[in-house]
Design a protein around this ligand. Structure first.
Ligand code: ZN
Length: 129
């Protein structure tokens, strides 16, 4: 896990969602919020221990404040899917219509059309017994 730049979480037609692993991006950000008064701890990168210490100090100062909402946050990034085999004119695309729509209306529309096409393929399955 040291050399990988990004781990793919979700792949769409033209976009890939991955964890942000760029310079300065922590693996996780930790924080807590008191359930009684709403006071929030500072946020800490890559280490939950300071949040636990903050929670203990908060309860020590306010003995009835003993429940906390603990949060872990991560940075995500959506990037364009790497072009694979498309340089020669649609090697990766299934239909010339999709290629035309890609030029005319953009990748998001083509992604939607691919989704609709996939869904319409399900309709006969759903309507016949
Ligand atoms: Zn509190």
């Amino acid at each position: 896990m040291t050399d990988n730049q990004a781990i793919s979480i979700v792949r769409g037609a033209d976009w890939v969602l991955c964890e942000e692993r760029g310079a300065g991006a922590p693996e996780a950000i930790f924080g807590a919020e008191c359930a009684s008064c709403g006071e929030q701890s500072p946020l800490f990168d890559d280490d939950s221990l300071p949040v636990a210490v903050w929670s203990l100090h908060h309860t020590a100062g306010n003995p009835e404040h003993a429940r906390f909402l603990f949060r872990t946050e991560k940075h995500w990034r959506v990037v364009r899917r790497p072009e694979a085999g498309e340089a020669g004119g649609g090697g990766g695309r299934a239909s010339p219509v999709a290629g035309f729509l890609d030029r005319a209306a953009g990748p998001a529309f083509v992604g939607l059309m691919c989704l609709l096409t996939a869904l319409s393929g399900l309709l006969p399955v759903l309507t016949t017994h």
